[in-house]
Design a protein around this ligand. Structure first.
Ligand code: ADP
Ligand code: MG
Length: 349
């Protein structure tokens, strides 16, 4: 089995293009502006870079403490985390972060008809995505695991969170989005008016750039990580991408398997979508939707967009088409080298 990308190596690759990307886009416009200072940290299994106008060493230490604290709470692989404890004991008195995040995860499951489902963890584990030891599980193994999957097995009652039927959860599809919300709120409360938080595939921007113009965020081409699909101009929002290219492996026959699992089959979602970018104010919800829409496929993703008013989307298809939702289409510019057609997805009539 040839492993194309695994944690340590894949992460470093992820780090360099992100820094380059953000730098290029920040410097890439004519008007001089105040350089934002910032720092980097490795957490949540990825490199994170945070630059903001109120940066100081002291404030960054504080931010790092906050990130460390949430990682200690949400990590599925750290034995002592609240989530590891929940997976073991099936019932815990949860912290407010876990209660809020679970409520959002359940809401996202309901919106996506179960395409986003944190109880997919047994499948994620069987494919080896949580440990970096990727393998193709047997059909009968996946069938057995299906008894443990389904978001109706989660209940939240006050601060009591419990899992029935031996279910277990993994917050990999939503935790970084929530982290972006927490950090942005904290910085804004402390007086920050301009900042960009790059949290491994998730971008949270605060306000506008220091020269008053919009942030220009590059969206990676899922077929070639050195290239761009295009650039989107935004302010005060999240730009969150889920792509098959983020973590995948290839078997001897050349089949690619990625880490976004269809909870109804137990297998990597494979419906013609190769990346989904969701743009909106609620980072946790946008993160969950990026994973959920990837699983739902083109038609259902369009339907959910039509019945929602809290997010915009940019979806790259295997056949080269780029689906761009109506509102954000005005702010999206396709990269020159992209040959595929843009299809604008209209919203509520
Ligand atoms: P990342 O930003 O880490 O690349 P995504 O936001 O796309 O990730 O979420 C993928 C992660 O979410 C997987 O690594 C796994 O932990 C978890 N996951 C996979 N499939 C699902 C699903 N259908 N619903 C919820 N979580 C999922
Ligand atoms: Mg996600």
């Amino acid at each position: 089995m040839k492993r194309m990308s695994f944690k340590g190596r894949g992460m470093r690759k992820k780090f360099i293009p992100l820094i380059v990307l953000v730098t290029v886009l920040i410097c890439g416009c004519g008007t001089p502006e105040k350089e934002l200072s910032g720092g980097s940290v490795f957490a949540f299994d990825t490199y994170m870079t945070l630059s903001y106008d109120t940066y100081s060493e002291e404030s960054f230490e504080d931010i790092k403490r906050e990130i460390g604290c949430l990682e200690e709470t949400f990590s599925v692989t750290k034995d002592t985390s609240e989530i590891a404890r929940l997976n073991k004991e099936k019932r815990i008195n949860a912290s407010s972060d876990v209660v809020v995040l679970f409520s959002k995860a359940i809401a996202a499951s309901e919106r996506t008809g179960g395409a986003f489902d944190i109880t997919s963890y047994p499948y994620v584990k069987a494919w080896g995505f949580s440990t970096g030891e990727e393998t193709v599980p047997r059909e009968d193994e996946l069938k057995e695991l299906s008894a443990f999957v389904g978001y109706s097995k989660i209940s939240v009652d006050g601060n009591k969170v419990s899992l029935s039927d031996d279910a277990s959860v993994d917050l990999g599809g939503i935790a970084k989005g929530y982290l972006g919300d927490v950090l942005a709120d904290k910085l804004v409360k402390e007086g920050c008016e301009s900042g960009i938080l790059s949290l491994g595939g998730n971008i949270r921007v605060i306000g506008k750039k220091t020269n008053g113009s919009l942030w220009r965020i590059g969206i990676r081409d899922p077929r070639d990580r050195e290239k761009l699909l295009g650039v989107v101009e935004v302010e005060d929002t999240n730009v969150i991408t889920s792509g098959g290219y983020e973590r995948y492996f290839t078997d001897e026959a050349g089949n690619e398997y990625w880490h976004i699992i269809d909870p109804f089959t137990g297998k990597p979602a494979n419906n013609g979508i190769i990346s989904v970018t969701v743009i909106g104010r609620d980072g946790a919800m946008c993160d969950a939707l990026s994973t959920g829409l990837f699983v739902m496929g083109e038609e259902r993703a369009k339907e959910i967009y039509k019945s929602s008013d809290d997010f915009e989307m940019i979806i790259a298809m295997k056949d080269g088409r780029i689906l761009v939702s109506e509102e954000i289409s005005k702010a999206f510019t396709k990269d020159g080298y992209q040959r595929g057609r843009i299809e604008v997805v209209s919203g509520q009539g």
